[in-house]
Each structure stands twice: as C-alpha cells, then as structure tokens.
Design a protein around this ligand. Structure first.
Ligand SMILES: Cc1cc2nc3c(=O)[nH]c(=O)nc-3n(C[C@H](O)[C@H](O)[C@H](O)COP(=O)(O)OP(=O)(O)OC[C@H]3O[C@@H](n4cnc5c(N)ncnc54)[C@H](O)[C@@H]3O)c2cc1C
Length: 367
C-alpha cells in the first residue's frame, strides 16, 4: 500500500525547525540582509550545538551503506526526504541564513559522492567536532558554468614531493570564505589533470583551510541571500597531498570519466535539495501574499465553483496547487531517485511518470 502520510520523524523535525525559523531566523533576517557579509554567529553556533545534540551532524546528503554482513532493514529509507523537509523549512525561515547553517554543504556532498571510505572518514569527521565548520565546492569558472567540462583550473602532480599543484580561478563559491577563513573547513576544487582530455581529465581535490597559495579574492555583492558568502577563489601553485584527490589511486592516470561522473553525482544528490529551498521561499512568499490580502479584507473562498471566484482567488488557488505539485515532484520523485537503489522494491516511494509533470508544470502561471 502507498503511504501518503508524512513519516513521524519528519514531522517532529519539521516542528523543531519551524520554531528555529520563527524565533532565530526571522527576527534577524532583515538585519543580515542589510548588513551583507556580517556573519550570524548566534544562529551558526546554536545550529551547530543543536545538530550535534540530535546527531544530525551536517546538512549534506550522506550515504550510509550497510557494513559487510550487516542486515539491511526492510523499510523505506527516509534520510533524503528528511533532509529535503529540513531545508525547505529553513529556507522558509530565511534562505540567506539557511545557507550559513554550519556543516559540509556541497563540499561534503562531493566527498560523499567521489571519495573512498577512508577519505570520507578522514575529511568529514571535522563536521562533528566542537566548533562549527564549513565545507564548499568550487566548480564554476568565468568560462565554465553550465558546461562544467570547460574548466581550466589545472592540477599537476609534482613527483618530487608527491603533491598536486593547483592553479586557476574559481567563482561563485558558496561559503568559500567561511570554509577557508572562518573555520577549519575545506573546499573541494574541480580541476583538470589533462586540459586536452575534456571530461576525462576532470578530478576533484580537497583543499583545506590554511593551504598556502589559496586566496579568497572577492566576495560578491548580491541582490538576495546576502547572509551567505559567494566567493571568488584564486589558486596559485597551491599544493595538496597526493591523497587529497578524491577517488581511488587508479583514476590518477587512467583516461576515465569517473571524475566527471563524480561531479554529476554530487549535483544529482544536491540539486533536488536546492529545489526544496526554492520551494521553501515560494511557500513563504505565498503565505505573505495571503496575509496581505487578508489585511485588505480579501479572504480566499475555497470550495466555490471556479466561475464564481474572483480573479485573485483563482490566482492564489492556482499558485497553491502549483506549490503543492512542485513539492511532490521534489520530495517524492527526486528523493526517490537517490534512495531507490538501496531501498527494497516493495518499499520504494511512488514514481510518477515524467509526462505527468511535464504536462502540468509548463502551464504554471506564477504571475
Ligand atoms: C548564488 C550562487 C551560488 C553558487 N554557488 C556555487 C558553488 O558553491 N559552487 C560552484 O561551483 N558554483 C556555484 N554557483 C555557480 C552556478 O553553479 C552557475 O551559476 C551555474 O552553473 C550556471 O552557470 P553560469 O552562471 O555561468 O550560466 P551559463 O552556464 O552561462 O548559463 C546562462 C543561461 O544559459 C542557459 N544555457 C547554458 N547552456 C545551455 C545550453 N547548452 N542549452 C540551452 N541553454 C543553455 C542556462 O540555462 C542559463 O539560463 C553559484 C551561483 C550562484 C548564483
């Protein structure tokens, strides 16, 4: 039987995070929007302590694979859905502040997607420590946005020191400054070990805070999410140990697209969560709209035949329907994809045919 009720652990998490959103984010969100690049340490420290206490660790998708011989419990895995709900709620509180929630972020997601078990243990344990720590991922360059295979940052192995020497410039690195300058974090830098090989040359490298030759060159001034730093990072002969290249040793010289696939796996795991934050913002905007309409005496008369409604009522109801279907698409379909491979077939989340969404979504009128 398909279960449409939200699982209890998710409801409990949501209730707790709604309290955080209302009491810790919203009262200061205007302040941090107007004081760009000031860091909301009270929120960061609180969230770090709270996540440690609850064992949540870090807001990054994690892959807990069963150990050898460990019995796999026959139940749906809801970790990914829980995370999507958490991020939706925090973004509903304030999207900029949500982005400064401490933890591994995209950097940890890249380690999860491309690292060996030893690398995961080594690089990710810092997020469970006493102090808040940040992680980031640097893929984008001025000539390489959507087309990630166009990156020009290079990694050359210095055989004398057995270190990788990185050179290049990365832009738009979320939490780049907090990872390198405000905590003992790291950034995962995507670089090419063979510029002529395109995707087959791409590899990822963990560059830790304090690495000589790494500099935060600029912080963007943005129209929104201003509590979150978006950094340009310059790498000038930055040396990292050989085993900071994510993945097994064999992929160093092989002409393989494994590195590129690691990048895509990172995006697969994190983009649905970015969609969840967008939906959190949309929900907040719609609630504000309804509140403002109510203040002007406009109540939405649900249940009336469509032709008897006002244009505003129809618009609001359409927007609510679209918000709901976007959320279903995000939490069910996308979350299902990530966990499906490890969830027993009979417990998998329902799969909606893509045509169902493609028929409905383009008709959305978010006017
Ligand atoms: C706030 C913010 C935070 C970010 N954080 C990070 C981060 O932490 N790490 C990181 O590495 N990057 C980050 N980015 C960069 C982000 O991933 C890129 O902006 C994104 O990949 C798009 O690249 P671009 O901006 O160069 O746009 P472009 O790739 O130039 O795209 C511009 C437009 O063209 C369209 N387009 C592109 N290619 C095609 C095509 N082949 N066919 C049809 N249409 C196409 C796109 O859909 C888009 O509408 C961040 C960006 C922002 C704004």
């Amino acid at each position: 039987m398909i279960e449409f009720e939200t699982p209890k652990p998710i409801v409990m998490n949501n209730n707790a995070l709604e309290t955080v959103a209302i009491n810790m984010m919203r009262p200061v969100s205007r302040y941090f929007d107007e004081h760009e690049h000031e860091i909301p340490w009270d929120y960061i420290n609180f969230m770090h302590m709270a996540m440690r206490a609850t064992g949540a660790g870090s807001l990054a998708p994690t892959e807990k694979k069963p150990k050898e011989g460990e019995e796999v419990k026959e139940r749906p895995r809801i970790g990914y859905q829980t995370l999507a709900h958490m991020l939706e709620m925090l973004a509903w509180g304030d999207c900029g502040m949500y982005l400064v929630t401490p933890g591994g972020g995209l950097g940890a997601a890249a380690v999860e997607a491309a690292g060996t078990p030893e690398q995961k243990e080594h690089f990710l344990k810092r997020f469970r420590g006493d102090k808040p720590v940040f992680g980031a991922m640097a893929m984008t360059e001025s000539q390489a946005g959507s087309d990630t295979s166009a990156i020009r940052t290079t990694a050359v192995l210095d055989t004398a020191t057995n270190e990788w020497v990185l050179n290049g410039e990365k832009i738009f690195v979320t939490a780049g400054h907090k990872s390198l300058c405000e905590s003992n974090g790291f950034i995962v830098v995507w670089a090419t070990i063979d510029p002529s090989a395109g995707r087959a040359g791409m590899r990822s490298f963990v560059v830790e805070a304090g690495t000589p030759g790494v500099q935060v060159a600029k912080l963007e001034h943005k129209m929104g999410i201003r509590a979150s730093d978006t950094a340009s990072i310059v790498l000038q002969d930055a040396c990292v140990p050989f085993d900071h290249m994510l993945g097994s040793v064999e992929i160093v010289r092989e002409a393989t697209t494994k590195g590129f696939k690691g990048a895509m796996a990172t995006f697969d795991a994190t983009r649905p969560l970015v969609a969840a934050t967008g939906i959190g913002v949309a929900r907040a905007a719609l609630e504000l709209l309804k509140q403002m309409l109510a203040e002007q005496g406009v109540e939405i008369r649900y249940g009336l035949p469509r032709q008897k409604m006002t244009a505003i009522e129809r618009e609001v109801i359409d927007m609510e329907a679209m918000l709901r279907s976007s959320w279903l698409l995000c939490s069910s379909r996308s979350g299902w994809r990530i966990t499906a491979s490890r969830t027993p077939k009979k417990h998998r989340w329902p799969s909606y045919g893509p045509d169902m969404w493609s028929r409905r979504l383009p008709n959305a009128r978010w006017s």
